[in-house]
Design a protein around this ligand. Structure first.
Ligand code: DC
Length: 233
């Protein structure tokens, strides 16, 4: 007999700046679920790799590097902390350089394989909101609910720009929009686990609706799904 799950597995995929992290955080909080920011995990690997002289074209070397990889997310007082091979890298993962490096290393199979296993393990028991690019298509193709969150490039670029300015980075709006569009193209066009809407995902465009409204919509789907599941069991 299968063990009863603690809650649903909820996948939120979409391009950068669509609001996934904020929305996943709020939704997880409302539901008492765990939020798993898989982008933060890829970013943590990028920070580690950028401290080495690893040749990204040498897949055997990347494979050896990934054999010892250990990326962990921890929520402390409502804030998510990211650890890579035992070191906390939370404050280093959101810079423009790390974003570029993350897009490159997230196209490498050994990196994806290593994080895929870790993500499946974290979500195994349910009660989780996982956000990323390939959650509904690759990591949890049988997720109980899948959302695909989008927004126009201008809105997404502006959100990233505001975040970066708030952190004290020197960037222009134009270059932030261009960089976001370029990274999304790379994420969409890569061979392994590209950014793609799952056939059974619910698409939500967050360009013109507030974050709380998006979370309300998602929560309504979650409540409906949970009620359905309870009526079958
Ligand atoms: O969500 P984010 O912007 O923090 O993601 C950073 C990068 O990691 C982005 O270029 C896409 C990549 N990524 C991925 O390939 N697969 C995921 N599940 C999550 C993120």
């Amino acid at each position: 007999m299968s063990q009863k799950k603690r809650g649903l597995v909820i996948a939120i995929d979409g391009p950068s700046g669509a609001g996934k992290s904020t929305i996943a955080h709020l939704l997880a909080k409302r539901l008492g679920y765990l939020q798993i920011d898989t982008g933060a995990m890829y970013r943590a690997v990028a920070v580690l790799i950028s401290r080495t002289a690893l040749d990204l074209a040498d897949l055997d070397a990347v494979q050896r590097f990934c054999a010892d990889l250990n990326v962990r997310l921890e929520t402390v007082a409502g804030c998510q902390k990211v650890f890579a091979n035992g070191q906390e890298v939370t404050s280093q993962i959101r810079t423009a350089e790390v974003s570029v490096m993350t897009s490159r290393i997230s196209a490498l199979k050994p990196v994806r394989d290593a994080l895929l296993l870790a993500q499946r393990e974290m979500g195994r028991d349910g009660g989780v909101v996982l956000e990323g690019r390939d959650i509904g298509t690759v990591v949890f193709p049988d997720a109980d609910l899948k959302f695909f969150l989008t927004a126009s490039p201008e809105v997404r670029g502006k959100r990233r720009y505001d975040e970066m300015i708030a952190r004290g980075e020197q960037v222009t709006l134009r270059e932030t929009i261009e960089a976001a569009v370029q990274r999304d193209a790379q994420d969409t066009q890569r061979d392994i686990a590209p950014l793609k809407q799952a056939d059974d995902a619910i698409a939500i465009d967050s360009s013109d609706i507030g974050i709380e409204d998006v979370v309300d919509r998602m929560e309504a789907f979650v409540r409906e799904k949970t009620a359905q599941r309870e009526s079958y069991s």
